[in-house]
Design a protein around this ligand. Structure first.
Ligand SMILES: Cc1ncc(C[n+]2csc(CCOP(=O)(O)OP(=O)(O)O)c2C)c(N)n1
Ligand SMILES: [Mg+2]
Length: 391
């Protein structure tokens, strides 16, 4: 998407589409774009807030481009893993709208704390998409600077990053960086399974009582590896927020417009000093949990097909076509860009140098430590013992 402040622009706006209520028939779900690509002008969420977006045509096209690019790069990463070039890959397939919508809703000064699946948010933060591939290839620890890009390192320990985000957000508030339009907000990503972790519930408590400027963004993709949602909760996840004392809302996570609107509202509330909130982005993991997983062992094909009909990219394309915001030349050009970027990604992955094994000690602490120095010496001795052998 073009740089700037999407959604807040007044340039070249389209006539507002018809207003609708509860198009999904689900009063709990905020939706602004139906699966068939029909726009809903505004919708009132379960939190009583009226949500809407007001993008220019260029911005709509930009969102579509983001969705297609992140899907293509993700597919390329999956293929690279299948060909033995990555050790593992956690695909975002199906979750592109949840990630692009929330990623584009972030303002430059906002800080994000991801899990291991937020390649779409990473892309929106302006980080080279090659970065997580180095991590999953095992040649680096994730090479981006969290402070420069305002996007923390990937976190594999389920839910841990919600505590990191809470502490960071409390620090933002203590530094006096909230309370106005240019205030800072923090967003923490996690999954439906993570909501059962102690860490996440502790983060909810701390963020609430310290009024931290934090958005808890749960991508409910219906599974925690093989465990379905009904093994995590008996109530809709967003409603848990009430018990912790902050607002919660469920958004159609396959709708990039609604996700943007809901995330932007929650982030702006946080930056304005109104404390935390929980967003449950209701979506579906279309692929495997990771490339080590076989989802056919625990879910049926008809369920996947039902979600296929709610695809986030297909509905955006249908909308752009219906409203004549984009033509076939545009779609072909986006596909061509995605193809080129995927090839570039592949070539750069194959060219990644293998690090010397001993470099794994280099970035544990900024200035090293005596214990680490000892381990490095031991490791070198062990490694040298193979010299001349076939290993
Ligand atoms: C503390 C901890 N426990 C268990 C695991 C193993 N594990 C990796 S992913 C995962 C499921 C996470 O599910 P969810 O939070 O829904 O996120 P998703 O992968 O669906 O995006 C588990 C249990 C882990 N990484 N960390
Ligand atoms: Mg999940």
């Amino acid at each position: 998407m073009a740089k700037g402040d999407p959604g807040a622009s007044t340039r070249g706006r389209r006539a507002a589409p018809r207003s609708r209520k509860a198009a999904t028939g689900d009063p709990e779900l905020v939706q602004l774009l139906t699966p068939s690509g029909e726009r809903i002008d505004s919708v009132t969420g379960p939190d009583g807030v009226e949500y809407r977006v007001d993008f220019t045509d260029e911005e709509y096209r930009g969102l579509y481009r983001d969705l297609v690019l992140v899907r293509k790069l993700d597919a390329e990463a999956t293929a690279l893993q299948r060909q033995g070039e990555l050790g593992l890959w956690a695909s975002l397939l199906g979750q592109e709208a949840a990630q692009v919508g929330s990623g584009r809703a972030l303002r430059a000064q906002d800080m994000a704390f991801p899990t291991y699946r937020e390649h779409g948010v990473l892309y929106c933060r302006g980080i080279d998409p090659i970065m997580p591939l180095g991590l999953f290839r095992g040649v680096d620890q994730g090479g981006w600077d969290p402070n420069e890009f305002k996007f923390n390192m990937y976190t594999i320990v389920i839910g841990a990053q919600t505590l990191h985000a809470t502490g960071y957000a409390m620090g933002v508030a203590m530094d006096g960086k909230t309370g106005g339009e240019d205030g800072e907000a923090v967003i923490a990503y996690f999954g439906d399974g993570a909501t059962s972790q102690g860490d996440v519930n502790e983060a909810f408590v701390w963020a609430s009582v310290f009024n931290a400027p934090l958005v808890f963004f749960c991508q409910n993709n219906q599974y925690a590896i093989s465990e379905p949602l009904e093994r995590q909760t008996r109530v809709p996840l967003y409603r848990r927020a009430a018990g912790f004392g902050f607002p919660g809302v469920r958004v159609d996570g396959n709708d990039v417009l609604a996700t943007y609107a809901v995330a932007r509202h929650a982030l702006d509330n946080a930056r304005n000093g109104q404390g935390p909130s929980l967003i449950e982005a209701y979506t579906y993991r279309m692929g495997a949990h990771t490339t080590s997983d076989d989802p056919t062992r625990y879910r049926i094909a008809s369920e996947v097909e039902a979600w296929q009909a709610k695809d986030p990219i297909a509905r955006m394309k249908a909308f752009l076509e219906r409203e004549k915001i984009a033509d076939s030349d545009f779609f072909a050009e986006v596909d061509e860009q995605a193809r080129r970027e995927a090839i570039d990604l592949r070539e750069r992955v194959l060219a990644m140098p293998n690090p010397e094994p001993v470099t794994m000690f280099d970035h544990v602490y900024p200035n090293g430590s005596p214990l680490l120095d000892e381990q490095r010496t031991q490791f070198n001795r062990y490694f040298d013992s193979f010299e001349g052998s076939a290993h």
